[in-house]
Design a protein around this ligand. Structure first.
Ligand code: BDP
Length: 669
């Protein structure tokens, strides 16, 4: 549209770039603050642009009560005519401002507003798996946001928009680069670029962290090796850290993937994770920096993939410096549509442990499938580890409360790229949103989070809200059903992990094949992790261990994760295992079809562009669901030799045709 005099381009379509931040109003609220600072100014501006009620007073106060809410906590008191946001630190005021606006946008402003909030985890951090050439490992929303080629001179407006979106949901930290880290990120030239981003993020309360390559001293510094026990090596790290803090005084620290999938690490020199992590921790300590050391490793002596992280890390519990936190993926294998929680949660008690969740949908249909992941994370966070008796949930084992650690954190592998809508799929924005909200408050329900998100992103009209919320809440289970129900796992196509390839049997490592995980034979299917099998159950506390160990008490969701069972094994509902498997796959297909119906009906209540965008992806999802069902059932049928129950839709593909599908996607393992 052209404006007279000034030419102005109005966004021609609703492309989703505004995310959940759509509350702008011309009302021009009166907002005052008892202090000025870049952070408080942002809070003030947000309220001026978005608050539709009366005066808001932002008050920085150093009272004991407010200090108890921590740096990020806040109190809101008043009514729609006059309301105070109070905090003992600037970030608290910013989070309070976003909270008040969210209350308004989700219809929660009452006569008497009394809110007190403080986050569950201190560090709420995104992990970008972004490479310096701007490709994103497991990224499905376009290239990286970070224009390393243009920085530090050219600054994209997306950087600030990114910081704002994160701050609005309480995310306060970010790791900019891939865990498969290039040493180049620590070059002086790159640190200048990182500094520019850190400066933009700072007023939004966001700290920058970097993934480092353990061989940096050798590769960048020209040292003989990167052995933590070679005195020149810790010295090199000390100097490097000093250089970083000169540029970025509030730098957060390092994320490290060491001795995993070809990445270098201390074991290259016969040293341990402790030697490596503590060396980095010592370098960072004077500046209050931390090390997030990943437990995603492949212990060579342990044949069960699901036992390896525990086997390799448990012996070191208590040996790490106090500024080291062990970052553990939610499940013991690798971000599958469903896994039991990793037994390291609850077991490692003398070392702070943080969860790594995957927001990007590497194993859940990329940005083609609608899968609201909050339900998966809620299931995980609420899982009882029984480490200190009943009620010792994963959430409590990681938020510092159960084991009294002063360091607490939670991370999510980002699903963000340069796509106009940031995440590829409009509904993938909900996963970014949900991660932030759960990191702030792990007691929130997925239902409540979906409710907020739909209202802010799309509409509060019940005709839209109710069915779409139900679709979101069912969506992850639908993916589990049509991909790998009843505890099946890792039967993905080689490399890209998009489609099914349960027949995949030749790889560089046995535990990168699919047959390793499902172990289907004429007689049975599933991975025996009981006391008679790999004994992975022993890594869990009682009574979970016994519950998992017995197929009669093991939850159906984890049945084939822990058990190798005959095809005619009787399920709790009396069905045979084979039939139960068939019905689950079929259910997944029916659910995906149902989503299409819901969307076609509800979609008329929103804008055409987002409606069509989602509609086209739901078509892909429904046809992928059939692909998954046919591939898995036809393949497993070659072992079970049993008919697919006759009330189930018949396969529409030939197994041999499905075996020929080769998707042209990058990624190698
Ligand atoms: C695997 C991914 C790979 C990651 C690795 C990790 O396929 O791209 O680098 O995890 O988390 O799931 O280190």
């Amino acid at each position: 549209m052209l404006m007279s005099g000034n030419y102005r381009i109005i966004h021609p379509v609703e492309d989703g770039h505004q995310l959940w931040l759509r509350g702008e109003t011309a009302a021009g609220a009166k907002v005052t603050a008892n202090k000025k600072s870049p952070t408080i100014n942002i809070a003030k501006e947000e309220l001026e642009n978005g608050w539709k009620g009366g005066e808001v007073r932002l008050r920085l106060q150093n009272s004991k009560e407010l200090r108890a809410l921590g740096r990020d906590g806040f109190r809101i008191a008043g009514n729609s005519q006059q309301v105070d946001i109070m905090a003992s630190a600037e970030q608290g005021l910013l989070y309070g401002a976003y909270h008040l606006l969210r209350m308004q946008e989700t219809g929660k402003i009452t006569e008497n507003i009394q809110v007190e909030e403080k986050p569950a985890f201190d560090i709420r951090i995104l992990n970008h798996w972004d490479n310096l050439n701007r490709t994103v490992e497991r990224g499905y929303a376009g290239y990286s946001l970070w224009r390393w080629d243009q920085l530090p001179e050219v600054v994209s407006p997306r950087y600030e928009a990114y910081a704002r979106a994160n701050a609005s949901i309480g995310i306060n930290a970010t790791v900019l680069n891939n865990v498969n880290a290039s040493p180049d990120i620590l070059k002086a030239e790159y640190l200048q670029k990182v500094k520019v981003l850190a400066d933009i993020f700072r007023p939004y309360g966001i700290k920058v962290y970097l993934s480092i390559n353990f061989s940096s001293p050798k590769i960048l510094g020209g040292l003989e090796d990167s052995d933590p026990l070679n005195p020149a090596v810790p010295l090199w790290w000390k100097e490097k850290v000093k250089e970083i803090y000169k540029l970025i005084p509030d730098f957060g620290g390092f994320l490290v993937k060491a001795n995993s999938e070809g990445q270098p690490g201390p074991q290259d020199y016969g040293r341990t994770h402790v030697d490596g992590a503590n060396m980095l921790a010592d370098a960072l300590k004077p500046y209050k920096g931390i090390v997030m050391w990943r437990a995603f490793v492949y212990a060579p002596d342990e044949p069960d993939r699901a036992k390896q992280a525990y086997a390799e890390f448990m012996p070191f519990d208590g040996e790490f410096r106090d500024n080291v936190i062990i970052q553990v993926k939610n499940g013991p294998v690798d971000f599958q549509p469903r896994e039991p929680f990793s037994p390291l949660f609850g077991a490692m008690q003398k070392t702070p442990v943080m969860a790594e969740l995957q927001i990007t949908q590497e194993y859940l249909g990329f940005s083609n499938h609608l899968a609201y992941l909050s339900t998966m994370w809620e299931e995980f966070l609420k899982s009882d580890t029984y480490s200190k008796g009943e009620g010792s949930t994963v959430a409590k084992a990681t938020d510092g409360s159960l084991f009294n650690h002063s360091l607490s954190a939670i991370s999510g592998v980002a699903n963000i790229g340069v796509d106009d809508n940031w995440c590829g799929h409009h509904f993938a924005q909900a996963n970014w949103y949900a991660f932030g909200r759960l990191a702030w408050n792990h007691e929130l329900t997925s239902e409540a989070i979906a409710d907020e998100w739909i209202r802010m992103t799309f509409s509060s009209d019940p005709e839209f809200l109710v069915p779409v919320k139900k679709m979101m809440l069912d969506s992850r289970e639908a993916v589990v059903n049509y991909m790998m129900p009843l505890g099946l796992h890792h039967i993905f196509a080689e490399g890209h992990h998009y489609g099914p390839q349960p027949w995949y049997s030749q790889a560089a490592r046995e535990d990168w094949t699919c047959v390793y995980y499902h172990k289907a034979s004429k007689e049975a299917i599933g991975f025996d992790r009981t006391t008679k099998g790999s004994n992975a159950v022993a890594q869990y506390f009682s009574p979970l261990r016994e519950q998992f160990n017995n197929p009669a008490t093991c939850p159906d969701e984890y049945l084939l994760w822990f058990h190798h069972l005959p095809w005619d094994f009787k399920m709790k509902d009396g069905k045979t295992l084979w039939d139960a498997l068939c019905y689950k796959y079929d259910k997944g297909v029916q659910q995906a079809r149902e989503f299409q119906k819901i969307w076609d009906k509800a979609g008329s209540l929103i804008d055409e562009h987002r409606f069509q965008h989602v509609q086209s992806r739901l078509k892909i999802q429904a046809s992928d669901a059939v692909w998954w069902k046919d591939a898995c059932l036809l393949y497993f049928q070659t072992f079970s030799n049993k008919p697919i129950p006759y009330d189930i839709e018949r396969p529409v593909h030939e197994l041999n045709d499905l075996k020929k599908i080769r998707l042209n996607m990058r990624h190698t393992n």
